[in-house]
Write a protein that binds this ligand. Structure first.
Ligand SMILES: Cc1cc2nc3c(=O)[nH]c(=O)nc-3n(C[C@H](O)[C@H](O)[C@H](O)COP(=O)(O)O)c2cc1C
Length: 328
């Protein structure tokens, strides 16, 4: 009997209710494999796999397969502003299904087409949501579980606390995963106690041996306290959690006036989003891999509070699992 079994671990076919969330540009094949091999589940970020780490998606998935036979997942970002991007995502989904991936995390947009293809292959789709309204839409599209992104999350943060979100989503008859703010085993156990079926972590797994980002980025995560984390609109146009640096303080955290004007227009908003997307892909890659310049952004969530050293990913998964077993 697995003392840590939840509806989520049963659906995903894993032992520990812990996800290493997709991270552009921090997800690399070795990190995904290490988390899955230790009993959690690592999520491939296809843009990171292809544009940051230089693998063809199929080759990258096969590399992971050589490192672990256990389940892995893939992130499908449904960004509708570019048709070429959406087409590429459709092809990537087909490749992932052909390579045996059966767990998918969708973000943004309407996940129905992903659910249809994945369910036909016997897989499951969990959708990122920040409130009940988006959760109900995702349920209409047939998703199998919800990832509740709270106000402490790394990446694009939500606006609601973990405690309030489980209150909003707990009665929807789907497993709900807590995303945001979990950096140590006490917070992991606390999230499971709140009623979450699992926890998705990002920032904690950047400070690991397997993550290929520059050592300076890991050092900054270890050194940061939660008061160092701020939300800025200047990278993607919507609040993104980053470490406060002198540069972030100098330029401020609101989108510039031209960007704000373009984001309000019915046609110009798509162009502005594309500009943001290109800048995001380029700027964040440069900071994460190159050690950064004084004008770079370091993405991290408030979970930095619980992160005190760089460790192997498997050590983290095992320590969190042991704490949860002891609490059960
Ligand atoms: C550097 C970074 C990049 C991220 N990129 C993505 C992404 O590409 N797609 C996605 O769905 N979530 C992304 N996220 C969100 C994570 O998957 C996860 O939900 C979040 O990090 C949880 O909060 P935590 O960092 O406090 O653990 C990112 C998070 C970070 C820190």
């Amino acid at each position: 009997m697995n003392a840590l079994a939840t509806p989520f671990t049963q659906q995903a076919g894993i032992e520990v209710p812990l996800i290493c969330g997709a991270m552009y540009p921090a997800t690399n094949p070795e990190l995904v494999a290490a988390v899955s091999e230790a009993g959690g589940i690592g999520i491939v970020q296809p843009l990171s796999m292809v544009y940051v780490h230089g693998y063809d998606l199929r080759d990258g998935l096969r590399l992971i397969r050589r490192l672990t036979a256990k389940p892995i997942g893939m992130n499908v970002l449904i960004e509708r502003s570019s048709r070429a991007y959406l087409e590429r995502m459709r092809r990537w989904l087909e490749v992932a299904l052909a390579e045996g991936v059966r767990f998918f995390v969708t973000s943004l947009g309407k996940p129905r087409w992903v659910v249809e293809q994945v369910a036909a292959a016997g897989g499951v789709v969990y959708h990122d949501v920040t409130d009940r309204r988006w959760a109900l839409k995702a349920l209409d599209d047939g998703v199998h579980g919800l990832i509740a992104v709270n106000d402490r999350a790394g990446g694009h943060a939500g606006g609601t606390s973990a405690e309030a979100l489980i209150g909003e989503l707990g009665d929807l008859s789907r497993p709900v995963i807590c995303a945001g703010g979990v950096g140590d085993e006490a917070a992991f156990v606390a999230a499971l106690r709140l009623g979450y079926a699992g926890v998705q972590m990002g920032t904690r797994f950047i400070a690991t041996d397997e993550c290929r980002v520059h050592p300076e980025y890991k050092r900054r995560i270890v050194a940061a306290t939660e008061d160092d984390i701020v939300l800025t609109e200047r990278v993607t146009g919507v609040p993104l959690a980053v470490i406060r640096t002198p540069y972030v303080v100098r330029v401020g955290t609101r989108a510039g006036p031209v960007a704000r004007w373009m984001l309000r227009g019915r046609r110009t908003k798509y162009l502005m989003r594309t500009i943001y997307a290109l800048r995001y892909v380029w700027k964040l890659k440069r900071a994460a891999l190159g050690g950064g310049s004084s004008r770079d952004y370091w993405q991290a969530g408030k979970s930095v509070a619980g992160i005190h050293s760089v460790e192997p990913a498997a050590v983290i998964v095992r320590r969190f699992a042991a704490a949860a077993r002891a609490a059960v």
